[in-house]
Design a binder for this molecule. Sequence first.
Ligand code: ADP
Ligand code: MG
Length: 701
Amino acid sequence: MSGQELNTSLSDLALQQPVTSVKGVGPRLEKFLRARGITTIEDILFNLPLGYLDQRGGLKISGLRPGEYVSFVATLVNAGEVRYRRRRVFEAVFTDGSGLVTAKWFHYGSWLSQRLRGFKGKLRVSGTLRLFGGKLEVHHPELEEVEGATEEDGAVVPRYSPVPGIPPRTYRRIIDQVVEMYVPHVPETLPPAVRDYFKLLDLQAALRQVHFPTEMPDRGELSPGLRRLVFEELFFLELQIVRGKEELSRRTGHAMTLDRDFLRRVGRLLPFTLTKAQRRVMREIAADLAGGRPMNRLLQGDVGCGKTIVALLTALIVIANGFQAAVMAPTEILAHQHLVNMEPYARALDIPLTLLTSRLRAREKQSRTEAIASGEARLVIGTHALIQEAVAFHRLGLVIIDEQHRFGVMQRLALRRKGGSPHVLVMTATPIPRTLAMTLYGDLEVSVIDELPPGRIPVETRVIEAEERGRVYEVLRREFAAGHQAYIIYPLVEESEKSDLKDVTTMTDHLRRQVFPGIGIAMLHGRMPAEEKQEIMEAFVAKRVNLLVATTVIEVGIDVPDATVMVIEHPERFGLSQLHQLRGRVGRGGDRSFCFLIHEGGGLETRQRLAVMEETNDGFRIAEEDLRLRGPGELIGLRQHGITDLRLADLVRDATILADARRAALALFEKDPEIVKPAHAAIRAKIERQSRRAAELLETS
Ligand code: ADP
Ligand code: MG
């Protein structure tokens, strides 16, 4: 180990220390921090502010801008409960002499009036400023008592995402200390040449600037500090992709032979003939499998185009060659559905099949894990549980990842490190714009299924104004009477303090009692235990349930042919591509199907956006519109699902940084292919940490 490497490792150790090494952080604060995923000094350093508050004085209410997160010091004019027609609201009026702001709480306890009634001192009020009927309001603001001058007056103060249990000021004291004490130990992770070329701050300066800027950052522009950190994150992502591709090109894969007799037997089992597009894709895949290199292919195709059967056929080829095949789905429900779809084929062909998810009982899990390790299980279907450390395959020949956009890039790369050099097929219904595909999937070949199976009747889509919801309910009644099924989607699981959005829990109750008495209604959302979700889906498939009231857990892949109506409340909350995915849940059988988007509260712009859904059923066109209107971040669903490896970068905002980072990664790689086994200790440590984090994400998501 060289001197520099030794230093780097020591610094690294300093950063990996637990949060309790910060003065004033004891077990109590540690617990609160841990609940937010903050356990080490490094976590604190890289938990960046959401924004900043300008407390350099002089900022008066009269100078505040609606629509922004603001903070001002004011005295209380009056406070008390106000009754409106249907609800009670707690209101408090504040002034600083230059203007008035009304704070409103729609949900509150007695603590609020106890705290505010008769309060004489000064308060710092922070929240998003809104303009209603010419008056300024903040809803559910954060309040801090201000006693005399504080050390933060006159500063630009960082605003962090709240850590429940820890007051903002306490958190800021922690970060203050951490920056002071640990930033000098942070090792530089970008090669100097890259930093020079792209004019990036060094890491220590960047961290200081991001946490404690001296100036208010320009609106809509990344500060140099943040730019450096985002660059770094994307640079390492690209480095991994480039490295992955290179690694792959040097590996030999298991060459599979195509057994014509076997394929004919499989063909006879299919209840339909493959579409032209499916056949073309199968030829591409077969050529990959037969070549001497591991396949690494992305299969894109609109919802309902029939990717599952392609996955199955691919798996069967590999299994016929004496290997195991693994199919990985992002949710338990989807894994189970694959099981149901694939089981009859497996049985007919005498292929042992196993389902592995993280929620199996320990003993069951162990016996299945053993069957996988011994090679007895040939077709293995599962969730993330499949790529966890403990699962070793006997002879893994193929990994299929369904709905790839739900997994992070790094997760996908982590998979490849598993067992030999399996062929990899990733599938997604989300069309990915070319530029992004290059940077995020630059290591993959692409196949497209651009054709739906014959006989599909396009789903009829209507945007309905909320007042006409009754008409939608009429259609639902008619469909139920005809023996059909339906979905209603709401954005929230439960009633929320912070919004007026409708939720699954309240509405299920309402629909049961008031709207569709006598109809089998069940609710489904992500907070339910997996088994319960499972049971409900099964009941829906078996038609014991007619109406499924759900959040977007049902978004991907679910296939129930008798479901003919999809109702989406608050469609403005979703991206067009996501709406299209939801719509894809219906119209899967031979019956006329409908999708109703209930428009409420959105403006004209929303209405226009939704009109795209009425006009077309073409997922690629919708994706283009989405890209034009909202940007690729929404499109690939990274934001919606939160399952992503990126902590800082935003693929919409940072598209040009992403391109630069890729250039840098490629350049560095070409000059120094040794980066495959990175010689630079800091880079190596960082890559290792990143893969570890990807692996952790796999286990927790
Ligand atoms: P997705 O691509 O969205 O995963 P699926 O694989 O779930 O779509 O297929 C949707 C439905 O279409 C399934 O019910 C499947 O059986 C059916 N299907 C697939 N291919 C064909 C085909 N060639 N002809 C008729 N039906 C098909
Ligand atoms: Mg699917």
